[in-house]
Design a protein around this ligand. Structure first.
Ligand code: HEM
Length: 416
């Protein structure tokens, strides 16, 4: 079941002339009101042009099949930050941050290969034990019969301690990682976490300083299986400029942080909204296996990825011109009834639960997808061993963003 959509949003989505419909307004994600906008786009204009928005003109691709076509067209749909990068928001060219998610082949492929071993099956097997230990420690420390914010106490704690392990970053300073990640994705606004780009650059410089220290320690030591050592020794990364190092750090911090965090929070919320599914899970904890990818589909932690056309490109009967901005709305493709059975329902025992778009597709498909699933799987195994119920006791608050589809506050109570 979806949360009830605000009537205003529903009528705006239904009555705005199609050519003026703007699905990028961050308020529709904060208000959990995106569903009717995208349902209309899928029905009436799977490839749609918005001429005016706070992010300038852009194409929306909202159906599963057409998103796949765009993902596979990396020769004409570029991810390169020189063309605009991977999010709807254009950044000032002088603040360009090179990172391999925002590069095209061959440089993308070479740098991706350097960090890929972090998620090799043998390394995941090693991480499993550590993730379980952390999950147990976090869960055992939770209060009973008391309202607390699940996002802060569990989702953030587990993902940052995992991230600190991947970087071999001091555990006691792990909250710096979530702060840097939040600053990297925040929309600048008065009174916000980041008020302007200068502030953001200052935070990035602080992050670079901390990681440069670790790099310097590791570059002359033997290679080790942590991300900084891998980058310092990797042939395609060891001569990166400081700006490129900064970009790749942001990629790895944001990539491994917000996304998993929001899937952890989403799971608790969806089970509360769907009590019959929660009953099914309690009766058969083996369903965690298929529930985890369903949580990731249903949440869709990154609402979109952006590409920029470098040549004219045909999709869904429309011609995208060289230079145009193309937004692949995963959040919509994951609700496409032509590809997914009863897509608006949260069903924990689907036959093919991994066939979603949340991890993207093609050459940029998420490096960390198995690691994210592993964290969620272990967490739910340990939750079910301890708590018959986690009750959501107040409304979820959501991120004001058209990119990170997140939950900032989820009041819960564990009956004891
Ligand atoms: C790329 C989603 C967890 C690291 C991506 C992409 C998406 C995504 C949508 C871009 C795909 C495309 O353009 O086709 C997610 C979601 C996660 C998650 C939903 C959790 C539920 C992680 C974790 C890590 C990670 C845990 C690492 C520790 C990366 C990296 C890339 C990436 C490095 C760039 C890949 C490339 O450009 O080749 N992720 N991610 N992600 N993700 Fe994730």
């Amino acid at each position: 079941m979806n949360a009830p959509v605000d009537l205003d949003h529903a009528s705006i989505a239904a009555t705005t002339p199609l050519d003026r419909l703007d699905p990028s307004n961050p308020a529709i994600f904060r208000d959990d009101a995106w569903q009717p906008y995208f349902a209309r786009l899928r029905r009436e204009a799977p490839v749609h042009y918005t001429a005016e928005s706070m992010f300038g003109p852009f194409w929306s691709v909202s159906t599963y099949k057409e998103i796949m076509q765009c993902e596979l067209a990396h020769k004409v749909l570029s991810s390169d930050s020189l063309h605009g990068g991977i999010t709807i928001r254009d950044r000032d060219k002088s603040l360009r941050l090179p990172m391999f998610i925002a590069m095209d082949p061959p440089q993308h492929d070479e740098q991706r290969k350097v960090v890929q071993p972090i998620v090799a099956p043998a390394n995941l097997a090693k991480l499993e034990h550590m993730i379980r230990e952390r999950a147990i420690r976090i869960l055992e420390g939770l209060p009973r019969n008391e309202t607390f914010n699940w996002v802060d106490r569990v989702s953030i704690e587990l993902t940052v301690s995992m991230l600190a392990t991947l970087f071999d970053f001091p555990q006691e300073e792990r909250r710096k990682l979530s702060h840097w990640s939040d600053c990297a994705t925040a929309l600048p606004m008065p009174g916000g976490l980041i008020e302007n780009e200068e502030q953001r650059e200052a935070v990035f410089a602080e992050m670079l300083g901390a990681f440069t220290k670790l790099w310097n320690e590791r570059v002359n030591a033997d290679p080790r299986p942590d991300l900084i050592s891998m980058l310092a020794h990797g042939e395609a990364t060891r001569n990166m400029t400081p700006r490129e190092f900064m970009g790749n750090l942001i990629l790895l911090i944001v990539g491994g942080n917000d996304t998993t965090r929001n899937s952890i929070s989403g799971g608790v919320l969806f089970l509360n909204e769907n009590p019959a599914e929660y009953d099914k899970l309690r009766a058969n904890p083996a369903l965690i296996e298929t529930m985890v990818p369903e949580i990731i589909r249903y949440q869709t932690p990154l609402a979109h990825m952006r590409r920029t056309a470098t040549a004219d490109f045909e999709v869904g009967g429309k011609t995208i011109r060289a230079g145009d901005k193309v937004i692949m709305w995963y959040i919509s493709g994951n609700r496409d009834e032509a590809a997914i059975d009863q897509p608006d329902r949260f069903i924990i025992d689907r036959a093919r639960p991994r066939g979603h778009l949340s991890f993207g597709f093609g050459i940029h498909r998420c490096v960390g997808n198995r690691l994210a699933e592993l964290q969620l799987k272990i967490l739910w195994e340990e939750i079910l061993k301890r708590f018959p119920r986690i009750e959501v006791v107040g409304p979820a608050e959501r991120t004001y963003s058209a990119f990170v589809h997140g939950i900032t506050n989820l009041p819960v109570r564990i009956p004891g």
